[in-house]
Design a protein around this ligand. Structure first.
Ligand code: ADE
Length: 244
């Protein structure tokens, strides 16, 4: 899969894309990055990429021409990708969106900066995506968030050589608690069931604790959860175990 990024700050991408899982995946050529500096497509000697807003007001607005020319370059070099603009006004990014993007051959992440981009840029992209209801200085860190989430589900990237697991069809439960050595640390002990070697008991414990975690930390996720008969029993037990 190709990730093209259009940005005014290509340096931001250097280190995060050269570490860990992403680095290994690009070494294996499972993913590939084109980090494109929008400034290279500015038309004037000063390489101007922003300007004052029409109608007045504070701040600067990213100009359309350099972005449009960068998009033309991308298309003549690689064909048309799916264009996604990172902006706080976009649709919230989630695992289902990551799965959908993971099936694309080429995605182009357009990073906005400053107070915003010329509204006509929005007409040129396919989608607008936000990583949460807070305002960052630009779309670069959100683009890295998307790259990480999408890369992990590409077969072979995280040892998932089989087909891509579609998280949107998976249960919306949080992960069960995990422990590793030592068995006891500062009086905090590993639950004895995990040391028992009884696989069925371990399975049941993990299932119940995943449900407990979700109920306590992310009760909103339970709306999408269809419990089995066993899960229903666990839920009742957990409720009875809650003090007060
Ligand atoms: N640019 C600035 N803030 C953002 C956010 N929360 N999500 C995506 N892009 C952004």
């Amino acid at each position: 899969m190709i990730f093209t990024v259009l940005t005014l700050f290509p340096d931001i991408f250097q280190s995060p894309l050269q570490a860990s899982i992403i680095k290994k995946a690009s070494d294996k050529e499972l993913i590939r990055f084109n980090i494109i500096d929008i400034r290279d497509f500015a038309g004037d000697v000063h390489k101007t990429c922003d300007d004052k807003p029409y109608g007045g007001g504070p701040g600067m607005v990213m100009k359309i021409e350099p972005i449009y020319r960068a998009m033309e370059f991308v298309e003549t070099t690689y064909g048309r990708p799916r264009y996604v603009l990172l902006t706080p006004q976009g649709r919230p990014f989630d695992q289902a969106t990551a799965e959908r993007y993971g099936r694309l051959a080429h995605i182009c992440l357009v990073c906005g900066r400053y107070e915003g981009v010329d509204e006509r840029v929005i007409d040129c992209v396919d989608e607008e995506v936000s990583i949460g209801d807070y305002v960052l200085s630009g779309g670069e860190i959100p683009a890295l968030v998307l790259i990480d989430a999408i890369s992990r589900i590409i077969p072979g990237v995280v040892g998932n050589e089989g087909s891509v697991v579609d998280e949107s069809f998976k249960e919306p439960l949080l992960e069960y608690p995990q422990y590793t050595r030592p068995e006891a640390f500062m009086g905090m002990e590993v639950p004895p069931v995990l040391l028992s070697g009884n696989h069925e008991e371990i399975r049941r414990w993990r299932r119940k604790e995943a449900i407990r975690k979700t109920l306590l930390k992310r009760p909103d996720l339970m709306n999408r959860f269809t419990p089995t008969e066993e899960d229903g029993r666990f839920i009742r037990e957990i409720m009875e175990e809650i003090p007060g």
